[in-house]
Design a protein. Structure first.
Length: 368
């Protein structure tokens, strides 16, 4: 027995550890004979980064490489619509699917992908409940009375909080999980810097040093500067006519200002606009105003949306989509996002939607 163990040790020293030093993806595709398989990573803002590619011969392909840590990647075929994602790690992975329905592909050999599938089973009931609650809130906003809108908003926000708490629980109970860290990133819009900081602090060192968590730590630092009770950062940006607008100049003499991040292409933003218009029309003579910061990339669409939605307050944008310095300054990761700021420049509210905005503005102005 001792001799067998010594032989095994010698083999390991000669050939290295049996653990894979890189990944091997062995793919079999029906519905295609030749082509090119693409390996990509989604980097946000509708942008993809090409990681690797391989030729398809007789419906088969092999792709080899190495990654620092498990991560979610996207697989597509050049010239074909449709793609799928899976969790890549340094292991031998089998990929079997049809060229026209990659999303149905059978993937084996990646323990990280197996964990991701298990995570989805865990979180999907929460996601579905959130989806239904938000849909009901959206429907109520179209024609419902204020009482029903407020009720549906409360339910939607409460159910969403249950979902985000479930995500946080998963991250904290799986400190070595790269999947959990990635899911934390996907929930940035809904989490406070305190919640993010607590979750990040619970992670193992290996996970905490990945680019995903480093990015979250950077976001935490920015979120702290624009938390409720903090002084709102000043900025200058051009209006639709190209005239520079300074935020604090617009705030001068006002009791409240809503800093509203939106875009013409953003459906939820457009759905929210009537509530902002209603609040503005009711309180503009009492010291309330709005500054719209657009994340549009087309000037004509931006101006048309302002006119169509009757947004008669001041608007600014650099018309550069997500490459907007003000959005970055205010840690905007999704829209609509808004900040309610008092006459002294202190942030007193954030992401006030539906009737919650009018209620907050009314309560504040009544005490002034």
């Amino acid at each position: 027995m001792k001799q067998i163990i010594l032989l095994c040790i010698a083999a390991l020293l000669a050939h290295g550890c049996t653990r894979h030093q890189g990944f091997i993806i062995e793919g079999t595709l029906s519905g295609i004979d030749t082509g090119k398989i693409l390996l990509q990573e989604y980097i946000g803002q509708s942008k993809y980064k090409n990681l690797d590619s391989a030729k398809i011969f007789g419906g088969n392909f092999v792709m080899k490489g190495q990654i620092e840590h498990p991560r979610s990647i996207i697989v597509g075929i050049e010239g074909h619509r449709g793609q799928t994602s899976f969790w890549l790690e340094n292991s031998r992975i089998t990929f079997i699917g049809h060229a026209d329905s990659l999303y149905k592909a059978q993937i084996s050999g990646s323990s990280s992908h197996d964990e991701y599938l298990e995570y989805n089973e865990y979180i999907n009931p929460f996601r579905e409940a959130s989806r239904v609650a938000y849909q009901q809130f959206s429907e109520a906003k179209k024609s419902g009375p204020d009482e029903e809108i407020n009720r549906r908003q409360f339910i939607s926000d409460s159910v969403k909080k249950i979902e985000t708490d479930a995500i946080l629980d998963y991250v904290k109970t799986h400190p070595g999980s790269h999947v959990g860290a990635s899911m934390l990133k996907s929930s940035l819009y809904y989490l406070t810097w305190q919640e993010l900081n607590e979750a990040v602090s619970s992670l193992d060192t290996e996970v905490a040093e990945t680019d995903v968590i480093v990015g979250i730590k950077e976001r935490i630092a920015v979120l702290k500067t624009v938390d409720i009770g903090q002084k709102a950062p000043d900025f200058i940006m051009n209006d639709p006519q190209g005239v520079p607008v300074r935020f604090y100049d617009l705030l001068a003499g006002k009791k409240l200002i809503l800093l509203d991040f939106w875009a013409a292409w953003c459906g939820p933003c457009r759905q929210e606009n009537p509530f902002v218009v209603n609040t503005y029309n009711q309180f503009q003579t009492k010291g309330f105003t709005v500054l719209g910061v657009s994340l549009d990339r087309d000037r004509e669409s931006w101006i048309k949306a302002i006119e169509d939605d009757k947004l008669t307050w001041t608007h600014v944008s650099n018309v550069s989509y997500w490459d907007n310095p003000v959005a970055k300054m205010y840690a905007v990761s999704a829209i609509p996002t808004n900040y309610l700021i008092d006459g002294n420049g202190i942030i007193i509210g954030k992401n006030l939607r539906g009737g919650a905005l009018k209620k907050k503005v009314a309560e504040y102005l009544e005490t002034e």
